[in-house]
Write a new protein. Structure first.
Length: 335
């Protein structure tokens, strides 16, 4: 698998561009993976694809004179890094707060699907083929899945995704589900008019069992949300759907990358061909309110991480995750 330096050296650094309009982002306060509260922050985000930003933090440093006066923070959603920056830095005009740091995983869609499959070991390829075959047999001899991309299709996708999400282990364990509001469905339809979103759904007979929601960013499909019906967990439906989708994307050759998006899960590393170490950075205006927000968020994160490391040392972390998922953990599982 290519590491960040190799991939970033292959791609030219682009000019840093910012969104045309501010947006409200919620800075979530979480503990042990559970959301406790959230603070709404008025932000403006970098829109340049992260793989074309380079690793120089100074290049993405916001100039407050050029940004709207009413925003609280300028956000770099994914800043490639070579070394881990300080979590909190006091700059002349900003509080630079590194909210998270993790590898960002991608599948390079150049080439062919058979060539992509060669990245896996023979044992993994055999297991994946067996997984697809077993689900096909369970589904009456065929794999039934659909792509959703038109405005009308995205309205339908929204309803189906909410249905699947409500039966997922994420929701059952207290985590966030697919947004249920009709307004969100309308936003998906609006984005579909501009070809900025895609959805994929796997079915067992007429029952939706897993989905993938992507947003389109230039030459990338970026994963936003994925979930599966917990009753179908043993059939690894996420693997079945992802392999079906990525095979079609290789045939299309419309996009260069599938970007698994934020979050660190083992299936992303398993399926990826490239990885880039990235930080999510908020540049807050230097005010007492913002300092209080950042200080509280930082303190809670450090406490949560410290407890997580202690549980990992004691061997409890994976055990608890297995109980929450309701099945044995398999590293190759896509959803």
């Amino acid at each position: 698998m290519s590491v960040s330096g190799t991939l970033l050296q292959e791609l030219p650094v682009a000019k840093v561009t910012w969104a045309s309009k501010p947006e409200i982002q919620v800075l979530q306060f979480t503990f042990g993976g559970r959301e406790l509260a959230g603070i709404s922050v008025r932000t403006l985000s970098v829109t340049t694809p992260f793989i074309r930003l380079g690793t120089n933090l100074e290049a993405t440093l916001p100039s407050w004179e050029c940004l709207p006066k009413d925003i609280d923070a300028a956000v770099v959603p994914a800043q490639p890094i070579e070394t881990l920056p300080a979590q909190l830095s006091f700059l002349p005009e900003s509080l630079r707060y590194v909210v998270s740091c993790s590898d960002r995983y991608l599948v390079d869609l150049q080439g062919s699907f058979p060539a992509y499959m060669q990245k896996f070991s023979s044992k993994s390829r055999s297991e994946l083929r067996r997984t697809v075959r077993k689900f096909a047999e369970y589904s009456g001899g065929q794999i039934r899945w659909r792509e959703f991309k038109s405005p009308t299709e995205m309205i339908e996708f929204h309803g189906l995704a909410v249905e699947v999400s409500s039966r997922s282990w994420k929701v059952k364990s207290g985590g966030p589900g697919f947004p249920r509001s009709p307004e969100f469905g309308k936003r998906l339809a609006e984005r579909a008019r501009d070809e900025l979103v895609r959805g994929y759904m796997l079915f067992h007979s007429d029952r939706p069992v897993t989905y993938i929601h992507y947003r389109v960013e230039e030459d990338r499909l970026v994963g936003v949300h994925v979930a599966y019906d917990d009753e179908y967990g043993w059939w690894s439906p996420g693997n079945v759907l992802f392999l079906s989708v990525v095979e079609k994307l290789f045939e299309e050759q419309r996009y260069r990358y599938v970007d698994f998006g934020d979050g660190v899960l083992s299936y992303k590393q398993f399926f990826a061909t490239n990885q880039v170490r990235c930080a999510r950075i908020f540049y807050f205006r230097r005010t007492l309110r913002n300092l209080a927000i950042v200080g509280a968020h930082c303190a809670l994160n450090r406490t949560s991480v410290g407890i997580g490391k202690a549980m990992g040392t004691l061997g409890l972390k994976k055990r608890i995750k297995r109980l929450m998922m309701g099945k044995q953990y398999r590293p190759s599982q896509a959803a």
